[in-house]
Design a protein around this ligand. Structure first.
Ligand code: NDP
Length: 461
């Protein structure tokens, strides 16, 4: 350290970078952090947090409808976009301030400016000159990927801009079938926007269980989202009244806003990684080992820039493990198995472990399925059509639960608990020995006794 300004220099004050910086600083290291935007990163500034606030805002219309079935007379209601955005921005500023204070309280020094590596120990920060560090952590996250070749792509916005629309559009086209597209389809549909989801594949949410994917498609359609599958944008044209999305199936959809949510890419541009000799993989992500070490022995990387599991809590755990290993004398690598995730679609999804297809592939077909679809009590009472889905994927023989998937109210809350059990290697008999909590949606998880025979297998049998 005597030779360097800092023991650790972190590039990027998002979830992973801030956790690593704080833990290292609290262990006694001299830590510097550079951030070109606001502290908090994608999650706090233009991701999970503002998105969840938008989900809350958009759910009220549905609550009002259900309320009538319970005897309420709901008066005229209106949504004030500008007011909501101002309140949301206040909350984001508050949270970003907490990130800054937490860094300062831990003793880390925050530099505002874009940082780049000049060599393996030297970092240049716009407006601050250069500093040197014994160890460097890259935690710059990711950014939306846009199809730059597409005619008219300049008319589309990404998830960065969607949080700052000057007004609520009347019509919206959302391209993509992943987390972001499906979540924003629910948000804008809930806010009364005529919403069309355009996805190139045969079903949305690739990677999730197939029953979950088709169930969610049906449910979001019931709520009013138009889902166009098997087609994608061929071009976007500006019209007198908005934008025309020309699709590859020959159809055209007019809207006021076109949102592209076609995936995210690691943010490595202009970082000078080549100057330091840091290797990237074919997708442009920083290559790391299980201790988040890059190809250069004094440089590490955590979070979305490494493109492992691109979720905030994962970045936090990777950053924490790095700091424990390098500054806390506790060698720790984060275990990427059995990481639960939630999609805040409407209805939402909670999922942990293997999908049925993954389990059949991995276990040579030796899996049992338990599946239940039913009307949640809250909506059954009002005659609503909404259905939830609960599915368990179980290994034959060991009876270990390999996957648990829930679609319905509170699914993200429910799945956190299920993830504990699956992470501990719970078997179906152990799971079933747990007494139900009644009346809840989650009780169905521990009361499913009959194996489900998927139609295709049923016919073959
Ligand atoms: P995803 O990778 O989840 O989905 C990208 C979607 O875009 C897929 O449906 C994909 O289709 C489609 N796509 C990709 N390339 C093209 C193309 N060239 N033309 C047409 N369609 C294309 O990305 P998101 O942007 O939705 O989210 C990024 C990541 O952020 C997620 O993977 C997740 O890790 C994280 N995230 C997590 C959230 C949460 O935890 N709730 C919320 C939001 C984001 P196909 O399936 O055919 O490849």
């Amino acid at each position: 350290m005597a030779d360097h300004d800092f023991d650790l220099f972190v590039i990027g004050a998002g979830s992973g970078g801030v956790r690593a910086a704080r833990v290292a600083a609290l262990s006694g290291a001299k830590v510097g952090v550079a951030e070109e935007h606001r502290a908090g990163g994608t999650c706090v500034i233009r991701g999970c947090v503002p998105k969840k606030l938008m989900v809350y805002a958009s759910e009220f219309a549905h609550h009002f409808e259900v309320a009538e079935g319970y005897g309420w007379t709901v008066g005229e209601s209106a949504f004030d976009w500008a007011k909501f955005i101002a309140e949301k921005d206040k909350e984001i500023a508050r949270l970003s301030g907490i990130y800054v204070r937490n860094l300062q309280n831990a003793g880390a020094e925050l530099f505002h400016g874009k940082a780049r590596l000049k060599d393996r120990h030297t970092v240049e920060i716009d407006g601050h000159g250069t500093v040197t560090a014994a160890k460097i952590l890259i935690a710059t996250g990711g950014r939306p990927w846009m199809p730059h070749e597409l005619p008219g792509v300049e008319h589309a916005i990404s998830s960065n801009e969607v949080f700052h629309l000057p007004e609520l559009p009347k019509r919206m086209v959302i391209a993509g079938g992943g987390y972001i597209a499906v979540e924003f389809a629910g948000i804008f549909n809930g806010l009364g926007v005529e919403t069309t989801l355009v996805h190139r594949g045969p079903n949305i949410l690739r990677g999730f269980d197939d029953d979950v994917r088709s169930h969610v498609t049906e449910e979001i359609e019931k709520r009013g989202v138009t889902v166009l599958l098997g087609c994608q944008h061929a071009a976007i044209e500006k019209t007198a009244t908005g934008f025309l999305s020309r699709l590859t199936n020959g159809h055209a959809v007019e809207s006021d806003v076109v949102l592209f949510a076609l995936g995210r890419e690691p943010y490595v541009e202009g970082l000078g990684l080549e100057a330091a000799g840091v290797e990237l993989d074919a997708r442009g992500a920083v290559k790391v080992d299980e201790y988040s070490r890059t190809s250069v022995d004094n440089i590490w990387a955590v979070g979305d820039v490494t493109d492992r599991i691109n979720l905030t809590p994962v970045a936090i755990r990777e950053g924490h493990a790095f700091a424990d290993t390098e500054f806390g004398s506790r060698p720790t690598s984060f275990d990427h198995e059995m990481v639960a995730s939630a999609v805040f679609s409407q209805p939402p999804i909670g999922s942990v472990g293997l999908s049925e297809a993954e389990a059949r592939h991995k276990h040579g077909g030796r899996v049992d399925i338990y599946l239940s679809r039913f009307r949640p009590m809250k909506y059954a009472f009002t005659g609503g059509e909404e259905r939830c889905l609960i599915k368990l994927v179980v290994e034959q023989g060991s009876e270990k639960i390999l996957g648990c998937h829930v679609v319905g109210p509170d699914a993200p809350e429910i799945i956190q608990m299920a993830a504990i059990a699956l992470k501990m290697g719970v078997t179906k008999p152990q799971w079933d020995s747990t007494c139900a909590v009644h009346p809840t949606l989650a009780e169905e998880l521990v009361t499913m006794r009959e194996k489900h025979v998927p139609p295709a297998l049923g016919q073959a049998a």
